[in-house]
Design a protein around this ligand. Structure first.
Ligand code: ATP
Length: 423
């Protein structure tokens, strides 16, 4: 983890938030490469979950909602974690994450206060007149979908079974933020609420379907299958809204850890918000049941980084799927002080830049430039050398094989496109 955290900071993936003022626990800023990585994850998720399907639409709801939403959904009373305090060092912890009843800070054993319920919702105060109106930063993005259920069925031609997808920020006043970005107080979720007929056989069908879809999505993007597992929640572990819950877990350096949950929420939310569905063909009216897939953008980004991290002969290579790589192509003139080479390289850079996220580098020697790109997962480096000036070819160096191929400039775009867009 230390190596990942150091690389993330040094190369501009993730910085501690407001670091010059000492940081703030549970908040992180994404740098130029981190922002690209997250955008890639979100775009690929949206492509798979919305654009490639006929039965899912996407929305983007507000972060702050009428507080009645959270009262009705049960979050103000039940969105809690068990809190204990160590009587020796007085630090507070989440009781269900403590192993062997031993304090993670001072190692004191069996010396905790009684468990208290600690609500995770973050309060905000709005308006100019006192008392100000209390509201909450959303603790999960899901509620924005449920409260718009009627709006969506009235304004869009959707028919059960169908889904509503959303990506956005959520906030939780986590008791112990930690493991880098894994447990933050501000994070991004990517979620699908899939509405089905209230029948057990439909649950069985769609729960299994979405579990498989989501599991395969990560595998197709390169996460090693042997580092993934599915784990069903025991009854006492389940969130207040869930009838059945299963986690997709990754074998992180800090242990098996959830990064996406598949939940059968039943009609918990729609019945509380009193939002029914009317089947236009049969005139049947009912509260649909919901199968939810709830993934974390930050946890995915972290696990993609961890999973792709390789050390080869003391050098770091991020073997990210090219679709996830923040930079797709780096363009180098062989020598920075030969005007003819630089001019030609600039022309190629300008050409490629319009199609792929491309970076220019003319510092140091070519070897160093390759290693610098390997470290951030750039799949292809294009070098313009003296032969380029003679025969209009460039060398393309592949990050994973380190092999170099000579490619005609006229074929370069097609060549890169084929290699980068493979999924
Ligand atoms: P945990 O048990 O780790 O607290 P959870 O079961 O409360 O997680 P869900 O409510 O199912 O998590 O949230 C769905 C997804 O949102 C998680 O799988 C995760 O990817 C993301 N997520 C939840 N809490 C956090 C957090 N504090 N920091 C980063 N991502 C989070």
């Amino acid at each position: 983890m230390d190596k990942i955290i150091a690389l993330a900071k040094r190369r501009g993936f993730v910085y501690p938030s407001s670091e010059i003022y000492g940081g703030i626990s549970g908040f992180w800023d994404y740098g130029p490469l981190g922002a690209e990585l997250k955008n890639n994850i979100k775009r690929l998720w949206w492509q798979t979950m919305v654009y490639q399907r006929e039965d899912v639409v996407g929305i983007d709801a507000a972060i702050i909602m009428n507080p009645k939403v959270w009262e009705t959904s049960g979050h103000t009373s039940s969105f809690t974690d068990p809190l204990v305090e160590c009587k020796s060092c007085h630090l507070r912890f989440r009781a269900d994450k403590i192993e062997d009843n031993r304090c993670p800070n001072c190692q004191a054993k069996n010396n905790f206060t009684e468990e208290k319920k600690f609500n995770l919702l973050t309060e905000v105060y709005l308006g100019v007149t006192e008392p100000k109106q209390k509201a909450y930063l959303r603790g999960e993005i899901t509620q924005g979908v449920f409260v718009n259920f009627k709006n969506i069925i009235d304004s869009f031609r959707v028919k059960i079974p169908f889904g509503v997808a959303q990506i956005g920020k959520a906030f939780r006043n986590e008791i112990t933020p930690g493991n880098f970005t894994y447990r933050s107080r501000e994070f991004e979720q990517m979620e699908l609420e899939f509405f089905i007929k209230p029948e057990e056989k439909e649950v069985e069908k769609w729960f299994n379907y979405w579990t498989e879809e989501r599991f395969n999505w990560y595998v197709n993007l390169g996460i090693k299958k042997n580092r993934l597992r599915l784990r069903e929640h025991k009854e006492e572990e389940r969130a207040h809204y869930a009838k059945k819950a299963l986690d997709i877990e990754y074998q992180a350096p800090f242990g098996w850890s959830e990064f996406e949950g598949i939940h059968h929420r039943g009609d918990w939310d729609l019945s509380r918000h009193n939002l029914r569905y009317k089947d236009k063909e049969t005139n049947e009216e009912y509260f649909p049941w919901v199968i939810e897939t709830s993934g974390g953008v930050d946890r995915s980004a972290l696990f993609f980084l961890i999973d792709s991290y390789q050390e080869k002969n003391g050098r770091v290579v991020l073997q990210l799927n090219p679709l996830l790589s923040p930079i797709k192509v780096a363009v180098f003139p062989l020598l920075a002080n030969k005007e003819s080479l630089v001019k030609k390289a600039r022309q190629i850079y300008d050409l490629i830049k319009r199609k792929f996220i491309t970076i220019w580098d003319d510092r140091g020697n070519i070897g160093k430039r390759y290693f610098s790109q390997d470290e951030i997962g750039t799949p292809f480096c294009v070098t313009i050398d003296f032969q380029t000036l003679e025969d209009e070819t460039v060398t393309v160096r592949d990050r994973d094989t380190t092999k170099q191929e000579r490619i005609k400039i006229s074929k370069l775009e097609t060549y890169l496109k084929e290699k980068i867009n493979q999924l």
